[in-house]
Write a protein that binds this ligand. Structure first.
Ligand code: F6R
Length: 571
Protein backbone atom coordinates (compact mmCIF):
# COMPACT_ATOMS: atom_id res chain seq x y z
CA UNK A 1 0.00 0.00 0.00
CA UNK A 2 1.22 3.45 -0.82
CA UNK A 3 0.91 6.63 1.10
CA UNK A 4 -2.34 8.37 0.18
CA UNK A 5 -1.67 11.78 1.59
CA UNK A 6 -0.09 13.41 4.55
CA UNK A 7 2.24 16.19 5.46
CA UNK A 8 5.81 16.56 6.07
CA UNK A 9 7.01 16.83 9.64
CA UNK A 10 9.94 15.38 11.52
CA UNK A 11 9.31 13.09 14.49
CA UNK A 12 11.96 11.79 16.85
CA UNK A 13 12.07 9.85 20.09
CA UNK A 14 14.70 8.50 22.46
CA UNK A 15 14.71 6.09 25.38
CA UNK A 16 17.87 4.88 27.11
CA UNK A 17 20.46 5.84 29.68
CA UNK A 18 21.73 9.12 28.18
CA UNK A 19 20.42 12.71 28.35
CA UNK A 20 17.24 12.54 26.26
CA UNK A 21 16.92 16.33 25.92
CA UNK A 22 20.20 16.77 24.07
CA UNK A 23 19.70 13.71 21.87
CA UNK A 24 16.19 14.77 20.87
CA UNK A 25 17.22 18.40 20.24
CA UNK A 26 20.10 17.27 18.02
CA UNK A 27 17.81 14.88 16.18
CA UNK A 28 15.19 17.56 15.60
CA UNK A 29 17.80 19.98 14.27
CA UNK A 30 18.70 17.39 11.66
CA UNK A 31 15.06 16.77 10.81
CA UNK A 32 14.28 20.46 10.41
CA UNK A 33 14.51 20.33 6.64
CA UNK A 34 11.22 18.41 6.78
CA UNK A 35 9.43 21.44 8.21
CA UNK A 36 10.30 24.39 10.40
CA UNK A 37 7.05 26.17 11.27
CA UNK A 38 7.25 25.13 14.92
CA UNK A 39 8.98 22.65 17.18
CA UNK A 40 8.36 20.85 20.45
CA UNK A 41 9.86 18.39 22.86
CA UNK A 42 8.61 16.27 25.75
CA UNK A 43 10.92 14.66 28.28
CA UNK A 44 9.79 13.08 31.53
CA UNK A 45 6.25 14.25 30.66
CA UNK A 46 7.20 17.91 30.68
CA UNK A 47 6.51 19.66 27.35
CA UNK A 48 8.17 22.70 25.75
CA UNK A 49 7.04 24.16 22.42
CA UNK A 50 7.88 27.12 20.23
CA UNK A 51 6.96 28.75 16.95
CA UNK A 52 9.82 28.73 14.44
CA UNK A 53 12.93 26.57 14.33
CA UNK A 54 14.28 24.19 16.96
CA UNK A 55 16.81 26.77 18.17
CA UNK A 56 13.84 28.74 19.60
CA UNK A 57 13.03 25.89 22.00
CA UNK A 58 13.83 26.71 25.61
CA UNK A 59 14.70 23.41 27.28
CA UNK A 60 16.19 24.89 30.43
CA UNK A 61 15.44 22.66 33.42
CA UNK A 62 14.17 19.81 31.27
CA UNK A 63 15.87 16.49 32.11
CA UNK A 64 15.25 12.80 31.69
CA UNK A 65 16.05 9.63 29.80
CA UNK A 66 13.06 9.28 27.49
CA UNK A 67 10.93 11.58 25.38
CA UNK A 68 9.73 12.67 21.97
CA UNK A 69 10.18 15.68 19.71
CA UNK A 70 8.66 17.21 16.61
CA UNK A 71 9.38 19.75 13.92
CA UNK A 72 6.29 20.86 12.02
CA UNK A 73 5.20 21.86 8.54
CA UNK A 74 1.68 23.07 9.26
CA UNK A 75 -1.44 21.88 7.46
CA UNK A 76 -4.31 21.35 9.91
CA UNK A 77 -4.22 24.28 12.32
CA UNK A 78 -2.28 27.53 12.11
CA UNK A 79 1.33 27.98 13.13
CA UNK A 80 0.89 28.56 16.87
CA UNK A 81 2.45 27.24 20.05
CA UNK A 82 -0.77 25.40 20.94
CA UNK A 83 -0.78 23.61 17.60
CA UNK A 84 2.88 22.60 17.90
CA UNK A 85 3.49 18.97 18.92
CA UNK A 86 3.86 17.02 21.21
CA UNK A 87 0.18 16.73 22.08
CA UNK A 88 -1.03 15.05 25.23
CA UNK A 89 -4.19 13.50 26.59
CA UNK A 90 -6.20 15.06 29.44
CA UNK A 91 -4.13 13.29 32.10
CA UNK A 92 -0.84 14.50 30.60
CA UNK A 93 0.52 10.96 30.78
CA UNK A 94 0.54 10.32 27.04
CA UNK A 95 2.67 12.43 24.71
CA UNK A 96 2.30 12.05 20.96
CA UNK A 97 4.22 13.33 17.95
CA UNK A 98 2.77 12.66 14.52
CA UNK A 99 3.78 12.91 10.88
CA UNK A 100 0.98 12.34 8.38
CA UNK A 101 -2.66 13.31 8.26
CA UNK A 102 -5.67 11.95 10.11
CA UNK A 103 -8.45 12.30 7.57
CA UNK A 104 -11.29 11.47 9.97
CA UNK A 105 -10.03 13.56 12.89
CA UNK A 106 -13.26 15.58 13.13
CA UNK A 107 -15.35 12.41 13.55
CA UNK A 108 -12.91 10.98 16.08
CA UNK A 109 -12.90 14.23 18.02
CA UNK A 110 -16.69 14.42 18.06
CA UNK A 111 -16.72 10.96 19.66
CA UNK A 112 -14.59 12.30 22.53
CA UNK A 113 -16.88 15.09 23.83
CA UNK A 114 -15.61 15.08 27.42
CA UNK A 115 -12.00 15.60 26.45
CA UNK A 116 -10.22 18.88 26.83
CA UNK A 117 -8.66 19.58 23.41
CA UNK A 118 -6.05 22.31 23.38
CA UNK A 119 -5.22 22.59 19.68
CA UNK A 120 -6.84 22.79 16.24
CA UNK A 121 -4.77 19.93 14.87
CA UNK A 122 -5.79 16.54 13.59
CA UNK A 123 -2.90 14.99 15.54
CA UNK A 124 -4.22 15.75 19.02
CA UNK A 125 -7.02 13.18 18.64
CA UNK A 126 -4.38 10.44 18.80
CA UNK A 127 -3.42 11.31 22.38
CA UNK A 128 -7.05 11.53 23.54
CA UNK A 129 -8.03 8.36 21.73
CA UNK A 130 -5.37 6.47 23.66
CA UNK A 131 -6.41 7.71 27.09
CA UNK A 132 -7.05 4.71 29.31
CA UNK A 133 -5.87 2.35 26.55
CA UNK A 134 -3.45 -0.38 27.67
CA UNK A 135 0.00 -0.01 26.12
CA UNK A 136 -0.20 -3.30 24.23
CA UNK A 137 -3.53 -2.24 22.71
CA UNK A 138 -2.22 1.01 21.20
CA UNK A 139 -1.42 -0.24 17.67
CA UNK A 140 -4.82 -1.97 17.36
CA UNK A 141 -6.69 1.06 18.72
CA UNK A 142 -5.10 3.42 16.20
CA UNK A 143 -5.53 0.98 13.30
CA UNK A 144 -9.23 0.53 14.05
CA UNK A 145 -10.10 4.21 14.61
CA UNK A 146 -7.91 6.32 12.35
CA UNK A 147 -8.12 6.88 8.60
CA UNK A 148 -5.18 8.49 6.87
CA UNK A 149 -1.43 8.24 6.98
CA UNK A 150 0.57 8.39 10.14
CA UNK A 151 3.89 7.73 11.65
CA UNK A 152 3.55 8.34 15.36
CA UNK A 153 5.77 8.13 18.38
CA UNK A 154 4.00 7.86 21.71
CA UNK A 155 5.65 8.22 25.10
CA UNK A 156 3.51 6.45 27.67
CA UNK A 157 4.36 4.80 30.98
CA UNK A 158 8.12 4.55 30.43
CA UNK A 159 7.80 3.06 26.95
CA UNK A 160 8.16 4.61 23.49
CA UNK A 161 5.76 3.18 20.95
CA UNK A 162 6.33 3.92 17.27
CA UNK A 163 3.85 3.01 14.54
CA UNK A 164 4.39 3.28 10.81
CA UNK A 165 1.23 3.55 8.75
CA UNK A 166 1.85 4.97 5.26
CA UNK A 167 4.47 7.41 6.60
CA UNK A 168 8.09 6.43 7.21
CA UNK A 169 9.65 5.58 10.59
CA UNK A 170 13.01 4.03 11.36
CA UNK A 171 14.54 2.55 14.51
CA UNK A 172 18.11 3.38 15.51
CA UNK A 173 20.09 1.01 17.71
CA UNK A 174 22.76 2.50 20.00
CA UNK A 175 24.81 1.07 22.86
CA UNK A 176 22.89 3.32 25.29
CA UNK A 177 19.32 3.19 24.02
CA UNK A 178 16.86 3.27 21.14
CA UNK A 179 16.00 6.13 18.78
CA UNK A 180 12.89 6.40 16.65
CA UNK A 181 13.02 8.86 13.76
CA UNK A 182 11.18 9.93 10.61
CA UNK A 183 14.24 9.18 8.56
CA UNK A 184 17.72 7.82 8.79
CA UNK A 185 19.59 11.08 8.43
CA UNK A 186 19.58 12.11 12.16
CA UNK A 187 20.91 8.67 13.04
CA UNK A 188 24.14 9.08 11.05
CA UNK A 189 27.05 9.21 13.48
CA UNK A 190 24.66 8.63 16.40
CA UNK A 191 23.30 5.08 16.04
CA UNK A 192 25.25 1.90 15.22
CA UNK A 193 22.55 0.31 13.09
CA UNK A 194 19.13 1.08 11.72
CA UNK A 195 16.01 -1.05 11.22
CA UNK A 196 13.46 0.07 8.62
CA UNK A 197 9.90 -0.61 9.75
CA UNK A 198 7.48 -2.18 7.29
CA UNK A 199 4.08 -0.61 6.80
CA UNK A 200 1.84 -1.15 9.86
CA UNK A 201 4.70 -2.34 12.04
CA UNK A 202 4.75 -1.19 15.65
CA UNK A 203 7.92 -0.88 17.69
CA UNK A 204 7.97 -0.92 21.49
CA UNK A 205 11.18 0.61 22.78
CA UNK A 206 12.34 0.23 26.39
CA UNK A 207 15.39 1.45 28.25
CA UNK A 208 17.26 -1.73 27.32
CA UNK A 209 16.12 -2.50 23.78
CA UNK A 210 13.15 -2.77 21.43
CA UNK A 211 10.71 -5.25 19.94
CA UNK A 212 8.92 -4.98 16.60
CA UNK A 213 5.46 -6.40 15.87
CA UNK A 214 3.65 -6.70 12.55
CA UNK A 215 0.10 -5.53 11.84
CA UNK A 216 -1.31 -8.75 13.39
CA UNK A 217 0.59 -8.20 16.62
CA UNK A 218 3.11 -10.97 15.92
CA UNK A 219 6.76 -10.34 16.84
CA UNK A 220 8.85 -9.87 13.69
CA UNK A 221 12.50 -9.46 12.88
CA UNK A 222 13.51 -6.49 10.76
CA UNK A 223 17.18 -6.58 9.74
CA UNK A 224 19.58 -4.12 11.35
CA UNK A 225 21.34 -2.30 8.52
CA UNK A 226 24.47 -0.15 8.37
CA UNK A 227 24.08 3.61 8.29
CA UNK A 228 25.50 5.87 5.59
CA UNK A 229 28.94 7.35 6.28
CA UNK A 230 29.10 9.94 9.05
CA UNK A 231 30.77 12.41 6.68
CA UNK A 232 27.70 12.46 4.48
CA UNK A 233 25.53 15.44 5.21
CA UNK A 234 28.01 17.31 7.41
CA UNK A 235 27.95 21.08 6.74
CA UNK A 236 31.32 22.40 5.51
CA UNK A 237 30.08 25.53 3.69
CA UNK A 238 28.09 28.57 4.74
CA UNK A 239 24.89 26.84 3.70
CA UNK A 240 23.85 23.39 2.57
CA UNK A 241 22.64 24.94 -0.68
CA UNK A 242 26.13 26.13 -1.62
CA UNK A 243 27.72 22.90 -0.45
CA UNK A 244 25.30 20.78 -2.44
CA UNK A 245 25.78 22.92 -5.58
CA UNK A 246 29.54 22.41 -5.20
CA UNK A 247 29.23 18.63 -4.79
CA UNK A 248 27.82 18.08 -8.26
CA UNK A 249 31.10 17.05 -9.91
CA UNK A 250 31.11 14.06 -7.52
CA UNK A 251 27.41 13.34 -7.39
CA UNK A 252 27.00 12.96 -11.15
CA UNK A 253 29.84 10.43 -11.12
CA UNK A 254 28.17 8.51 -8.33
CA UNK A 255 24.88 8.60 -10.25
CA UNK A 256 26.38 7.11 -13.39
CA UNK A 257 27.93 4.18 -11.47
CA UNK A 258 24.99 1.79 -11.75
CA UNK A 259 24.98 -1.96 -11.89
CA UNK A 260 25.09 -3.03 -15.58
CA UNK A 261 22.52 -5.75 -14.82
CA UNK A 262 19.97 -3.22 -13.53
CA UNK A 263 20.51 -0.93 -16.51
CA UNK A 264 20.09 -3.84 -18.89
CA UNK A 265 16.85 -4.99 -17.25
CA UNK A 266 15.40 -1.47 -17.33
CA UNK A 267 16.43 -0.85 -20.94
CA UNK A 268 14.73 -4.15 -21.87
CA UNK A 269 11.58 -2.83 -20.18
CA UNK A 270 11.89 0.40 -22.19
CA UNK A 271 12.43 -1.53 -25.43
CA UNK A 272 9.32 -3.68 -24.95
CA UNK A 273 7.05 -1.03 -23.41
CA UNK A 274 3.73 -0.05 -24.95
CA UNK A 275 4.10 3.59 -24.14
CA UNK A 276 6.48 5.25 -21.71
CA UNK A 277 5.41 7.81 -19.14
CA UNK A 278 7.68 9.83 -16.89
CA UNK A 279 6.02 11.17 -13.76
CA UNK A 280 7.48 13.61 -11.24
CA UNK A 281 6.96 16.99 -9.53
CA UNK A 282 8.89 20.25 -9.30
CA UNK A 283 12.57 20.01 -10.15
CA UNK A 284 12.26 16.28 -10.72
CA UNK A 285 9.60 17.06 -13.32
CA UNK A 286 12.02 19.43 -15.05
CA UNK A 287 14.65 16.67 -15.04
CA UNK A 288 12.07 14.39 -16.70
CA UNK A 289 11.29 17.00 -19.37
CA UNK A 290 15.02 17.17 -20.11
CA UNK A 291 15.13 13.36 -20.11
CA UNK A 292 12.32 13.21 -22.67
CA UNK A 293 14.41 15.28 -25.10
CA UNK A 294 17.30 12.88 -24.46
CA UNK A 295 15.13 9.83 -25.05
CA UNK A 296 13.99 11.40 -28.30
CA UNK A 297 17.45 12.39 -29.48
CA UNK A 298 19.60 9.54 -28.18
CA UNK A 299 17.16 6.60 -28.26
CA UNK A 300 14.54 7.73 -30.77
CA UNK A 301 11.84 7.02 -28.15
CA UNK A 302 8.77 9.09 -27.46
CA UNK A 303 7.98 9.72 -23.80
CA UNK A 304 4.97 11.42 -22.22
CA UNK A 305 6.06 13.50 -19.26
CA UNK A 306 3.30 14.06 -16.73
CA UNK A 307 3.39 16.17 -13.62
CA UNK A 308 2.48 14.00 -10.62
CA UNK A 309 -0.71 15.83 -9.66
CA UNK A 310 -2.09 15.51 -13.23
CA UNK A 311 -1.34 11.83 -13.67
CA UNK A 312 -4.81 10.52 -12.94
CA UNK A 313 -6.15 12.38 -15.98
CA UNK A 314 -3.96 10.11 -18.13
CA UNK A 315 -4.86 6.84 -16.43
CA UNK A 316 -6.88 5.57 -19.39
CA UNK A 317 -3.63 5.31 -21.41
CA UNK A 318 -2.25 2.80 -18.92
CA UNK A 319 -2.17 -0.86 -19.80
CA UNK A 320 -0.13 -3.83 -18.59
CA UNK A 321 2.65 -3.08 -21.11
CA UNK A 322 3.01 0.59 -20.18
CA UNK A 323 6.22 1.63 -18.48
CA UNK A 324 5.96 4.36 -15.85
CA UNK A 325 9.25 5.92 -14.75
CA UNK A 326 8.66 7.74 -11.47
CA UNK A 327 11.37 10.21 -10.52
CA UNK A 328 11.55 11.57 -6.98
CA UNK A 329 14.48 12.63 -4.86
CA UNK A 330 12.71 11.87 -1.61
CA UNK A 331 10.66 8.92 -2.80
CA UNK A 332 7.88 10.23 -0.54
CA UNK A 333 6.16 12.83 -2.75
CA UNK A 334 2.46 12.04 -2.44
CA UNK A 335 1.53 13.06 -6.00
CA UNK A 336 4.17 10.71 -7.38
CA UNK A 337 3.17 7.89 -5.04
CA UNK A 338 -0.44 8.32 -6.09
CA UNK A 339 0.60 8.09 -9.76
CA UNK A 340 2.46 4.87 -9.00
CA UNK A 341 -0.58 3.46 -7.21
CA UNK A 342 -2.69 4.24 -10.30
CA UNK A 343 -0.06 2.65 -12.56
CA UNK A 344 0.10 -0.48 -10.40
CA UNK A 345 -3.67 -0.81 -10.40
CA UNK A 346 -3.48 -0.95 -14.22
CA UNK A 347 -0.72 -3.61 -13.94
CA UNK A 348 1.76 -1.26 -15.61
CA UNK A 349 5.47 -1.60 -14.84
CA UNK A 350 7.07 0.96 -12.57
CA UNK A 351 10.72 1.94 -12.53
CA UNK A 352 11.81 4.56 -10.06
CA UNK A 353 14.72 6.94 -9.84
CA UNK A 354 15.12 8.02 -6.23
CA UNK A 355 17.76 9.15 -3.79
CA UNK A 356 16.25 7.51 -0.73
CA UNK A 357 16.73 3.81 -0.20
CA UNK A 358 13.75 2.24 1.57
CA UNK A 359 11.48 5.19 0.72
CA UNK A 360 7.84 4.46 -0.15
CA UNK A 361 8.62 4.83 -3.86
CA UNK A 362 11.58 2.48 -3.55
CA UNK A 363 9.34 -0.13 -1.99
CA UNK A 364 6.58 0.27 -4.57
CA UNK A 365 8.68 -0.01 -7.74
CA UNK A 366 9.52 -3.02 -9.89
CA UNK A 367 13.00 -1.74 -10.71
CA UNK A 368 15.14 0.91 -9.03
CA UNK A 369 17.84 3.36 -9.93
CA UNK A 370 19.36 4.93 -6.81
CA UNK A 371 20.86 8.35 -7.36
CA UNK A 372 23.57 7.96 -4.67
CA UNK A 373 23.70 11.73 -4.16
CA UNK A 374 23.89 11.49 -0.37
CA UNK A 375 21.35 13.37 1.73
CA UNK A 376 20.17 16.65 0.22
CA UNK A 377 19.48 18.86 3.20
CA UNK A 378 18.75 22.20 1.54
CA UNK A 379 15.05 22.35 0.76
CA UNK A 380 15.87 23.23 -2.87
CA UNK A 381 16.97 20.45 -5.18
CA UNK A 382 20.33 21.06 -6.81
CA UNK A 383 22.65 18.05 -6.88
CA UNK A 384 19.79 15.58 -7.10
CA UNK A 385 18.35 17.41 -10.11
CA UNK A 386 21.58 17.03 -12.11
CA UNK A 387 21.89 13.38 -11.05
CA UNK A 388 18.38 12.70 -12.30
CA UNK A 389 19.28 14.20 -15.68
CA UNK A 390 22.42 12.04 -15.85
CA UNK A 391 20.47 8.90 -15.01
CA UNK A 392 17.84 9.58 -17.64
CA UNK A 393 20.63 10.14 -20.19
CA UNK A 394 22.18 6.84 -19.10
CA UNK A 395 18.88 5.04 -19.64
CA UNK A 396 18.43 6.64 -23.05
CA UNK A 397 21.94 5.55 -24.03
CA UNK A 398 21.32 2.05 -22.67
CA UNK A 399 18.35 1.74 -25.01
CA UNK A 400 20.73 1.96 -27.97
CA UNK A 401 23.31 -0.26 -26.26
CA UNK A 402 25.87 2.50 -25.74
CA UNK A 403 26.48 3.16 -22.07
CA UNK A 404 30.25 3.30 -22.61
CA UNK A 405 30.31 6.63 -24.41
CA UNK A 406 27.87 8.25 -21.97
CA UNK A 407 30.03 7.17 -19.04
CA UNK A 408 33.06 8.62 -20.79
CA UNK A 409 31.15 11.86 -21.45
CA UNK A 410 30.27 12.12 -17.76
CA UNK A 411 33.99 11.97 -16.93
CA UNK A 412 34.65 15.11 -18.98
CA UNK A 413 31.38 16.65 -17.81
CA UNK A 414 32.71 16.49 -14.24
CA UNK A 415 35.49 18.92 -15.17
CA UNK A 416 32.98 21.33 -16.75
CA UNK A 417 30.72 21.04 -13.72
CA UNK A 418 33.61 21.70 -11.38
CA UNK A 419 34.59 24.82 -13.39
CA UNK A 420 31.04 26.13 -13.13
CA UNK A 421 31.54 26.59 -9.40
CA UNK A 422 35.06 28.11 -9.62
CA UNK A 423 35.75 31.27 -7.64
CA UNK A 424 35.80 33.37 -10.82
CA UNK A 425 32.36 32.05 -11.82
CA UNK A 426 31.09 32.71 -8.30
CA UNK A 427 32.35 36.30 -8.40
CA UNK A 428 30.85 36.88 -11.81
CA UNK A 429 27.47 35.45 -10.83
CA UNK A 430 27.49 37.58 -7.68
CA UNK A 431 27.88 40.70 -9.89
CA UNK A 432 24.80 39.62 -11.79
CA UNK A 433 22.93 38.96 -8.55
CA UNK A 434 23.68 42.54 -7.43
CA UNK A 435 22.21 43.82 -10.70
CA UNK A 436 19.08 41.69 -10.38
CA UNK A 437 18.50 41.84 -6.64
CA UNK A 438 15.83 44.56 -6.78
CA UNK A 439 13.84 43.43 -9.80
CA UNK A 440 10.24 42.40 -9.34
CA UNK A 441 10.02 40.12 -12.36
CA UNK A 442 12.45 38.26 -14.54
CA UNK A 443 12.01 35.81 -17.36
CA UNK A 444 13.98 32.83 -18.60
CA UNK A 445 13.89 31.37 -22.10
CA UNK A 446 15.32 28.33 -23.82
CA UNK A 447 14.65 25.92 -26.61
CA UNK A 448 14.77 22.09 -26.87
CA UNK A 449 16.38 20.51 -23.79
CA UNK A 450 17.29 23.99 -22.58
CA UNK A 451 13.62 24.93 -22.26
CA UNK A 452 13.28 22.77 -19.12
CA UNK A 453 16.58 24.31 -17.98
CA UNK A 454 14.90 27.72 -18.22
CA UNK A 455 11.98 26.31 -16.18
CA UNK A 456 14.29 24.94 -13.54
CA UNK A 457 16.24 28.21 -13.35
CA UNK A 458 12.99 30.15 -12.84
CA UNK A 459 11.88 27.72 -10.12
CA UNK A 460 15.20 28.00 -8.28
CA UNK A 461 15.11 31.80 -8.36
CA UNK A 462 11.51 32.18 -7.25
CA UNK A 463 11.55 29.62 -4.46
CA UNK A 464 14.62 30.94 -2.70
CA UNK A 465 14.66 34.70 -3.47
CA UNK A 466 10.88 35.24 -3.89
CA UNK A 467 11.48 37.20 -7.11
CA UNK A 468 8.81 36.41 -9.66
CA UNK A 469 10.62 34.38 -12.33
CA UNK A 470 8.85 32.72 -15.23
CA UNK A 471 10.09 30.53 -18.06
CA UNK A 472 9.00 30.55 -21.69
CA UNK A 473 9.97 28.49 -24.65
CA UNK A 474 12.03 30.87 -26.79
CA UNK A 475 9.79 30.30 -29.81
CA UNK A 476 6.61 30.97 -27.81
CA UNK A 477 7.69 34.43 -26.73
CA UNK A 478 6.27 36.08 -29.83
CA UNK A 479 2.90 34.37 -29.24
CA UNK A 480 2.12 36.49 -26.21
CA UNK A 481 4.70 36.76 -23.42
CA UNK A 482 6.70 39.38 -25.34
CA UNK A 483 4.00 41.83 -24.22
CA UNK A 484 5.72 41.73 -20.81
CA UNK A 485 9.03 43.07 -22.10
CA UNK A 486 9.71 46.73 -21.34
CA UNK A 487 12.97 48.68 -21.37
CA UNK A 488 15.16 47.07 -18.71
CA UNK A 489 13.14 43.86 -18.24
CA UNK A 490 15.69 41.13 -17.43
CA UNK A 491 15.56 37.96 -19.52
CA UNK A 492 17.96 35.05 -19.06
CA UNK A 493 18.46 33.25 -22.39
CA UNK A 494 19.91 29.73 -22.43
CA UNK A 495 21.92 28.45 -25.41
CA UNK A 496 21.53 29.88 -28.86
CA UNK A 497 18.11 31.46 -29.35
CA UNK A 498 19.06 34.36 -31.67
CA UNK A 499 15.57 35.26 -32.89
CA UNK A 500 14.10 35.52 -29.43
CA UNK A 501 17.12 37.48 -28.21
CA UNK A 502 16.68 39.97 -31.08
CA UNK A 503 12.96 40.31 -30.36
CA UNK A 504 13.66 41.09 -26.70
CA UNK A 505 16.53 43.43 -27.51
CA UNK A 506 14.44 45.48 -29.90
CA UNK A 507 11.95 46.09 -27.04
CA UNK A 508 14.74 47.26 -24.72
CA UNK A 509 15.01 44.08 -22.61
CA UNK A 510 18.15 43.40 -20.58
CA UNK A 511 19.60 40.13 -21.82
CA UNK A 512 21.69 37.74 -19.77
CA UNK A 513 23.05 35.03 -22.05
CA UNK A 514 24.06 31.63 -20.67
CA UNK A 515 25.80 30.20 -23.70
CA UNK A 516 29.02 28.87 -25.16
CA UNK A 517 29.01 31.53 -27.91
CA UNK A 518 28.68 35.25 -27.44
CA UNK A 519 25.84 37.20 -29.02
CA UNK A 520 26.34 40.97 -29.38
CA UNK A 521 22.82 41.44 -28.06
CA UNK A 522 23.86 40.08 -24.63
CA UNK A 523 24.13 42.70 -21.90
CA UNK A 524 25.68 40.14 -19.60
CA UNK A 525 27.28 36.87 -20.69
CA UNK A 526 27.78 33.78 -18.56
CA UNK A 527 30.19 31.79 -20.66
CA UNK A 528 29.68 28.04 -20.43
CA UNK A 529 31.42 25.21 -22.28
CA UNK A 530 29.69 23.42 -25.13
CA UNK A 531 28.74 20.16 -23.38
CA UNK A 532 26.50 18.65 -26.05
CA UNK A 533 23.46 16.90 -24.63
CA UNK A 534 24.74 17.70 -21.15
CA UNK A 535 24.28 21.46 -21.73
CA UNK A 536 21.25 21.39 -19.40
CA UNK A 537 23.52 20.27 -16.56
CA UNK A 538 26.31 22.74 -17.17
CA UNK A 539 23.94 25.65 -17.73
CA UNK A 540 21.80 25.15 -14.64
CA UNK A 541 24.75 25.43 -12.24
CA UNK A 542 25.36 29.20 -12.63
CA UNK A 543 21.59 29.60 -12.13
CA UNK A 544 21.71 27.62 -8.89
CA UNK A 545 24.50 29.97 -7.78
CA UNK A 546 22.50 32.99 -8.91
CA UNK A 547 19.49 31.87 -6.89
CA UNK A 548 21.74 31.35 -3.87
CA UNK A 549 23.33 34.80 -4.21
CA UNK A 550 19.95 36.48 -4.69
CA UNK A 551 18.76 34.82 -1.49
CA UNK A 552 21.78 36.12 0.42
CA UNK A 553 21.47 39.67 -0.94
CA UNK A 554 17.73 39.75 -0.21
CA UNK A 555 18.26 38.36 3.28
CA UNK A 556 16.40 35.11 2.65
CA UNK A 557 17.44 31.78 4.16
CA UNK A 558 18.81 29.72 1.23
CA UNK A 559 18.40 26.39 3.00
CA UNK A 560 14.90 26.96 4.34
CA UNK A 561 12.76 29.13 2.06
CA UNK A 562 9.43 30.29 3.41
CA UNK A 563 6.36 28.03 3.09
CA UNK A 564 8.33 25.06 1.76
CA UNK A 565 9.43 21.71 3.07
CA UNK A 566 11.86 19.25 1.56
CA UNK A 567 9.29 16.68 0.68
CA UNK A 568 5.65 17.28 -0.12
CA UNK A 569 3.63 14.40 1.21
CA UNK A 570 0.30 16.20 0.82
CA UNK A 571 -1.85 15.83 -2.29
C1 F6R B 1 12.56 22.40 -6.00
C2 F6R B 1 12.14 21.29 -5.19
C3 F6R B 1 10.78 20.70 -5.42
C4 F6R B 1 10.91 19.18 -5.58
C5 F6R B 1 9.53 18.53 -5.70
C6 F6R B 1 9.63 17.03 -5.92
O1 F6R B 1 13.81 22.87 -5.62
O2 F6R B 1 12.87 20.84 -4.37
O3 F6R B 1 10.16 21.26 -6.53
O4 F6R B 1 11.69 18.92 -6.71
O5 F6R B 1 8.78 18.78 -4.55
O6 F6R B 1 10.33 16.41 -4.89
P1 F6R B 1 10.85 14.94 -5.03
O7 F6R B 1 11.91 14.92 -6.07
O8 F6R B 1 11.36 14.57 -3.67
O9 F6R B 1 9.68 14.09 -5.44
Amino acid sequence: MLQECGFMCGIFGYIGSHDAVQIIRDGLSRLEYRGYDSAGIEVAHSIRKCVGPVCNLDTTGLAGFAGVGHTRWATTGAVTVDNAHPHSDCSGEISVVHNGIIENWREVRSCLPDHNFKSDTDSEVIAHLLERCSISDIPRTLASHLVGSFAVIIHYGGVLIGIRHESPLVVGHTSHGTILSSDVYPLIGVADKVAYLENDDAVFAFEDGFKIYDSHGNPVHRPLCDLPSSQVGALNSDHYMLQEISEQGDTIQRAISQSPGTIERISDMVATAHGIMFVACGSSYHACLTGAYMFSKIAGKHVNVIVGSEFEHYRHFLEPGTLVVAVSQSGETADVLNAVRIAKSANSNVVCITNVVESSLYRASDELLIMNSGPEICVLSTKTYTSQVVLLALLAAACVGDTTSIKRDVQSLCVDVFNMTSQSMRNYVMQLAMILSDVEHLYTIGSGPLYPTAMEAALKIKEVSYIHAEAFSAGELKHGPIALIEPGTPVIAFGSVPNAVDEIKSRGGYIIGVAAKHNPAFDFWIKVPDSGYFDPIVQIIPMQLLAYDLALIRDCDPDRPRNLAKCVTVR
